[in-house]
Write a protein that binds this ligand. Sequence first.
Ligand SMILES: *[C@@H]1O[C@H](CO)[C@@H](O)[C@H](O)[C@H]1NC(C)=O
Ligand SMILES: *[C@@H]1O[C@H](CO)[C@@H](O)[C@H](O)[C@H]1NC(C)=O
Length: 366
Amino acid sequence: MKIENMAINSRFLLCFLILCLTTTCCYGNICLPRNHAALFVFGDSYFDVGNNNYFITPIQGIRKPYGETFFKYPNGRFSDGRVIPDFIAEYAKLPLTLPYLFPGNQRYIDGANFASAGAGALVETHKGMVIDLKSQLAGFKSVSKKLRKELGDIEAKRFLSRSVYLFNMGANDYNVLVVEKRNAYSTMKFVDMVIGNQTSVVKDIYKLGGRKFGFLGVGPLGCHPLRRVFVNGSTGSCLEDAQMMAKQHNTALSVALKKLERQLKGFKYSFTNFNDLVLEVMFHPSKYGFKEGEVACCGSGPYRGQLSCGRGTLMKDYYLCDNPNEHVFFDYTHPTEKAAQVYAKQMWSGSTKFTGPYNLKKLFED
Ligand SMILES: *[C@@H]1O[C@H](CO)[C@@H](O)[C@H](O)[C@H]1NC(C)=O
Ligand SMILES: *[C@@H]1O[C@H](CO)[C@@H](O)[C@H](O)[C@H]1NC(C)=O
């Protein structure tokens, strides 16, 4: 071989070789810290950071007072400020994860957020108004394709296996069940469907290389301000039917995850029993720095559980508290930024009473 050709060949090779210095690896023009792990987020309004802004839907947190504290403007988050995945990204030393649909979003090396307010694990849930879980998975598949192109098959797979996949699904499915479909399904059958659809998405991500999964169970749906008013017009107690769904969901999810751990080699997970966690915070608010555990900051009616917060001209009259940090709930069902931080801390490195077998910190580090 001529010297000239060899030089060309080696230059050609260099472009495709992975260049690893002591702390950074470069692929083409992308350089990353060694062992860089990303955060991929799937879920509903608890996790949505603005995907619903980019298609036509009535389910959008785009009016004041949403967004009033941290970002200072409504941005699609159903919160006064940040939501749970914002804190998880911070703890993992990643930048705020962008909505997948954010125009021009092409950089997936730190992850992506596919969550959509109102979404469920079942395609029927709020159909046409949300990105359901299967469509969120389709978004991830297209991201993983782009990553394979950029990093090459082997390195993309390694990167995806180091990354963490965070899920929060089911609340909207059960909200629909409580309100519309109570006579059509038994709770057990419905829970099986929700969990079945969620685990099938997890298995697909596993096939693409995903190994580290974080799950937030379903919160105390029957005790949210929204549901308090449904009990025979009285405002005293949690709606038992919805509470039963939340408990059964969390039990079934933790059983399904144990099964996946046995079936899928290298599968690691963190599960947070969100029902137990939120009830603990709601009913011991001062222990966690809150003044009010049950009544929302923004809304109207008993417990401020009516859907009037941030509805613009649809419903102008709602009450807004002076300091959202004193409340566990911001509106009829969503946490304040401060409560989201309490929950995120628990998921990251909190008590094994609520989170196990891994916590998210261990998942990222392992
Ligand atoms: C997923 O949900 C659909 C309803 O949308 C249901 O018919 C199907 O059985 C579920 N799949 C699994 C694996 O449970
Ligand atoms: C609601 O009221 C009806 C009729 O008074 C009664 O039969 C039912 O048990 C009540 N339900 C609850 C949850 O209190």
